[in-house]
Write a protein that binds this ligand. Sequence first.
Ligand code: NAG
Ligand code: NAG
Length: 223
Amino acid sequence: MAKIHPETTRTPQLPPLRGRPVTCGILFQVCCFVCAAVFALFVILFLGIESASRREIEVSVTDASLNNFTLLPMTDNTAFWIAYDMSFNITLQNPNTRIGIYYDLVDAYAYYAFRSFSAVSLEPFYQGHKTTKTLQVVFEGHSTMWDEYHPGFRGLYGEETRDGVYSIMLVLSLSVRTKYCNIKYRQDPPLVNCYLRVPLRSMEGKSHDATFEATPCDTLVIK
Ligand SMILES: *[C@@H]1O[C@H](CO)[C@@H](O)[C@H](O)[C@H]1NC(C)=O
Ligand SMILES: *[C@@H]1O[C@H](CO)[C@@H](O)[C@H](O)[C@H]1NC(C)=O
């Protein structure tokens, strides 16, 4: 405690503290300290419970439609064309009771034989707590692939064309902000992968596994 020099201060001199008042002062400080400690403990406990009860976003592909997936060799045979026309319905389920999520960047990639052949960016959106959101992702167009960079692509395609069911992987790359009360926290969660078996529309009813089955993806891990 700073010393008060009566000569240098203009404040009226305080009566000397002794006996009971000193004990009261200390008691008051102890009370303040205990209150602050209890408050801090509650805050920590509350945040701890909140973060422990934070649950991942469940992602699944509920519907898929594959209208075209055609591979055409180029004349020189070192590269090939791939023409595709497919769409997916991806469902995101937010099980949290108090956390909302802003999806600021939503990029979807389509992979075949571990190679990405198409990508689309979706509109940003907000998902409130305890809600389910369905996104429709459409990949349509064509790409050129070089055989030397994509070994296995043609091989797998040849095999799977017999049954008309393709092992397509969908990858979601996201940038999100979680909203809890009014606190927003920006983060780039790990990629969400969906390993799908997608039958060609024209094959439906012709083979035993020619209907698409809803498939769960990786969960979206939020902090
Ligand atoms: C996805 O949902 C839309 C309606 O939101 C529907 O029109 C479409 O057929 C569904 N399926 C696919 C594979 O896009
Ligand atoms: C698939 O796309 C290729 C290339 O654009 C086209 O030649 C073919 O007719 C299409 N097939 C179907 C079933 O739409």
